[in-house]
Design a protein around this ligand. Structure first.
Ligand code: THU
Length: 132
């Protein structure tokens, strides 16, 4: 992952944030996923009047990549407004550890404040298919 890759991925996540469907929380989030083969898939949060049916931006982007046949995910970018960067929710971390265990997660706010962590750092001691 070069600095250029990360900056580009964060830019695409910021653009995806503009397409968020967030009429309930008014908290738009954008995400972008970089595959090992170099493709980028974006996502935004998509809410629902039945709140639990909401899907976070990260999962939308990841599911797009996986459903297009990509199995290796190199990086995930997340952009939201706020003083601090927004870390992925617990459900997204669980999905990431299964579908993108090697990935780095780049989080940024709109002012360009950034933080980068590995998926494995965001979800220590994960539950996985090995227990089933
Ligand atoms: N949300 C995301 O899309 N990603 C995150 O990392 C945190 C939360 C969304 C879900 C919901 O639409 C809104 O933000 C408020 O929780």
């Amino acid at each position: 992952m070069t600095e250029h890759d990360i900056a580009n991925l964060l830019d695409q996540a910021a653009a995806a944030r503009e397409r968020a469907y967030a009429p309930y929380s008014h908290f738009p989030v954008g995400a972008a996923v970089l595959t090992n083969s170099g493709e980028v898939y974006t996502g935004c949060n998509v809410e629902n009047a039945s709140y639990g049916a909401t899907c976070c931006a990260e999962r939308v982007a990841l599911f797009k990549a996986i459903s297009e046949g990509h199995k290796e995910i190199r990086a995930i970018a997340v952009v939201a407004a706020g003083e601090e960067v927004v870390p992925p929710c617990g459900i997204c971390r669980q999905v990431m550890i299964e579908l993108a265990p090697q990935a780095v997660v780049a989080m940024a706010n709109l002012e360009g404040k950034r933080e980068i962590q590995r998926v494995a750092e965001l979800l220590p001691s994960p539950f996985g298919g090995g227990y089933l």
